[in-house]
Design a protein around this ligand. Sequence first.
Ligand code: ASP
Ligand code: MG
Length: 441
Amino acid sequence: MENGLTENLEENNCKSLANMKVFKFGGASVKDAAAIKNIAAIIKTFGDDSLVIVISAMGKTTNALEKVVHAFYYKTGEAETLLNEVKKFHFQILDELFDSKTHPIYQELHNTFVEIEWQIEDEPVGKFDFEYDQMVGIGEMLSTKIVSAYLNEVSCQNKWFDVRGLIRTDNTYRNAKVDWTVSTEQIQGELASFLNAKKGSIAITQGFVGSSSENFTTTLGREGSDFTAAILANILDAEEITIWKDVEGMLNADPKYFDKTIKLNNISYLEAVELAYFGASVIHPKTIKPLQNKGIPLQVKSFLNPGNKGSLIDQNSSADSLIPSYIHKPNQILISIAARDYSFITEDNLSAIYATFSKHGVSINIMQNSAISFSVCVDNEIPKINGLIAELQSDYKVTYNTDLQLLTVRHYTEEIIEELIAGKTIFLEQKSRSTARFVVK
Ligand code: ASP
Ligand code: MG
């Protein structure tokens, strides 16, 4: 058995894959028929390169499916209507992409919807997060089936892969952890053989989704498709990966909050991971590690202007710009935890407090402690946070402030900070040599 496996790995040695690239197209890049035609045009310019194309759900489909799951699970009576909207949206796009309604893609999409229609007719069988993953992952199935069929139609031959046969995870629904050993075997099997078979092969697959050992669909967490692309690039030893966005690259600020943004032309993995961790929404924070580990360069480029340069993220830190970057995290809650009897918060307390956060799946964005209290700022995701606070309250005095923002400035100057916090109430502040952070209202 062991021998067989080794042979297999050698046979499929992905290092031999010259010019294999991984692309990731997010929701905005496939939001309507025109957008899909646009990405087809981009893909066609890559002639001889073998491509693995990871695609997200179309437009705001994931949000729409989240509403379906919610309605289904909490029996609001709206699940069917909400699902019908999702269905209508996808079939409208099909009508614009294909001339004939007899194209097999119509039947295929229909079948995919039937699966979820059956699910919502029944009672929920598992916990919310389980049901969520079974339904929400459909968004990526739909988008990839449509794009794959359309590309084949416009003579861009490609093969559709179900990522659930490639990426194995544990069963932490909605935040599944990747089993790298099994995923490596699976990806180096069928997918690598397909890509190796000839130059210019194109594989299309889903982001965000994986499968547990019991064959249930799992998801990697919202915006997880970037991470999927990075996993595939790592295991296939891709030459490079490109994340196609509706912005020109990694910008020094979110254009939603700032008028004047500057593109970061070349930054290091380290700088990128810091920015993503602080909340820069351009790339998912988990994306960098698999790429850094194999030295695979990451490009962030605009699908609207594919000829433009974009941002390059790689090993080279000498080019790291010291352009100040601004990161804005809205909807924060600052929770302060103190002992009821005025005693110190000790390491033992901290260890128990961390365990409680971990149990509720709440990640800490920033924290600070004093003699008798420990304060943390987290995303205010209502049901989760309520559960967390209720549990903390059984042992501690818990106070909190909501509707806060967490502002981070990387490579700050005092002037920048003054301007940024002018007129705001500061609840917490922290500065290191390179980064200043404020929790404000
Ligand atoms: N479709 C999923 C989401 O919107 C995953 C992704 O787009 O990366 O979160
Ligand atoms: Mg998305």
